[in-house]
Ligand binder design. Structure first.
Ligand code: RIB
Length: 317
């Protein structure tokens, strides 16, 4: 198995989040409402934004801990075993009695675009009990990562306990979740998610206004990812808006690219903490770019990739 093992970094990356099974169909294009299309491939794989981010970090050589809920079904048992084989600490991955493992139904078009519907199942059961049980790990973590496929209150509780960095990926976009923003060292979201918070469609041309507005919510740094246009960021200590460019490729499957970015960002923030932020973001973009040229989510993430061999282009907007 592609584990990223050998020597792992000593830094502790803790992911509070979802673990789901992805049922993915591949078709020439995405269907219109009410339309049936002939697809050409069907794949079952391990996913969920939380686990994807954890696996992305583990494959890059990070020391990872997953705090998650699976069902006590065949999928739950197999998923936990698989994460352990990848070198992820699964002491706080709990199989929940009488509940199904979360699932995602994914459609991928030939141009790499996707559509996803999730049914959270056991992910909805991640609670204060899990956060308390993992209290020591959370308190001593270098970085804790959260997303929005598990209950927000649990992530909030973990962020309040964590003494290290708190990286929140506001995905998928859900209204009224800003309560966690003041506890975030870094808030990371894509254009669609940013649009929900600012009330207009965000892109590279108006991204600096969106960054300013989101920073007002109290987080320290905001990163908006822009697909093949890279990412923009701003911090509360410095009103500059920086655009980090990324390499253009022909995408095969963009599913989970945002998770590859978040997992890599968390890894590099702790393993390369003296590097400038634009370089860390550029390196995370490079990992996400590598993921879109292969099919699948976790299966497309690179192992032991030397993302710092390059200097990444950036400019102030
Ligand atoms: O971000 C991609 C992920 O979103 C998929 O793996 C799927 O499980 C959904 O959670």
């Amino acid at each position: 198995m592609d584990t990223g093992d050998e020597k792992r970094s000593n830094h502790k990356i803790v992911v509070i989040g979802s673990s789901s099974v992805d049922f993915t169909t591949y078709a020439p294009r995405l269907p219109n409402p009410g339309e049936t299309l002939h697809g050409y491939k069907f794949v079952t794989s391990y996913g969920g934004k939380g686990a994807n981010q954890c696996v992305a970090a583990a494959k890059l050589g990070a020391n990872t801990y997953m705090i998650s809920r699976l069902g006590d079904d065949k999928w739950g048992v197999e998923y936990k075993k698989y994460l352990k084989e990848l070198g992820v600490d699964v002491c706080h991955v709990t199989l929940t009695p009488n509940v199904s493992t979360g699932i995602a139904q994914i459609m991928v078009a030939e141009n790499g675009e996707n559509q996803i519907v999730i049914v959270p199942g056991a992910n909805n059961h991640l609670s204060s009990i899990d956060i308390k049980a993992a209290g020591d790990i959370i308190e001593t973590a270098d970085i804790v990562i959260g997303q929005l496929e598990t209950p927000l209150e649990s992530t909030l509780e973990a962020f309040k306990r964590c003494k290290g960095l708190k990286l929140f990926n506001a995905a998928p976009a859900i209204k009224n979740t800003e309560v966690i923003f003041p506890y975030c060292s870094i808030l990371c979201l894509n254009e669609t998610e940013a649009s929900l918070y600012v009330g207009y469609a965000v892109d590279l041309t108006n991204g600096s206004f969106a960054l300013k507005k989101i920073l007002e919510s109290g987080c320290e740094k905001v990163i908006i990812t822009l697909g093949d246009k890279g990412a923009i960021y701003s911090t509360k200590h410095d009103s500059k808006c920086i655009h980090v460019c990324c390499e253009k490729v022909v995408p095969v499957d963009t599913t989970g690219a945002g998770d590859a970015f978040v997992g890599a960002l968390a890894t590099y923030l702790v393993t390369h903490k003296d590097y400038p932020l634009h370089q860390i973001i550029g390196a995370a973009c490079a990992v996400a770019t590598m993921s879109v040229i292969k099919e699948g989510t976790q299966t497309s993430y690179p192992s032991r990739f030397d993302a710092f061999a390059n200097e990444y282009e950036y400019k102030e907007l």
